[in-house]
Design a protein around this ligand. Sequence first.
Ligand SMILES: [Zn+2]
Length: 115
Amino acid sequence: MICPNCKIEYEKGYTQCSDCNIDLVERANLPQHVYRISQVGLSMLKFGIVLLFVSIFELMTVITLNDTYIIHRTYGGSPGGILSDINPILKILLAVQFIISVMVIIYGFFSKERN
Ligand SMILES: [Zn+2]
């Protein structure tokens, strides 16, 4: 006999777990707690990963555009990143997007269902 809650094994004759006060079950009847990621969770996980890749791509784009040397070398003109004026806002937006994508991935990963 085994407690389905705390998994402590009891000898035959016992019917209740002394810690949890719930009925013991046969070991064979113990439900297999197989956790699987739910369909919604899987969709969220995929969406989060795509969003994360988009964030990385955007970050690389912003870094490239913000690099004064690359801008100067590629387009000529005076040194100065073309995005330098809105850089703080971009940084915040990218940070927010990154946080959202990570949260979506975490949510998707942990939205599991018992089967
Ligand atoms: Zn118990």
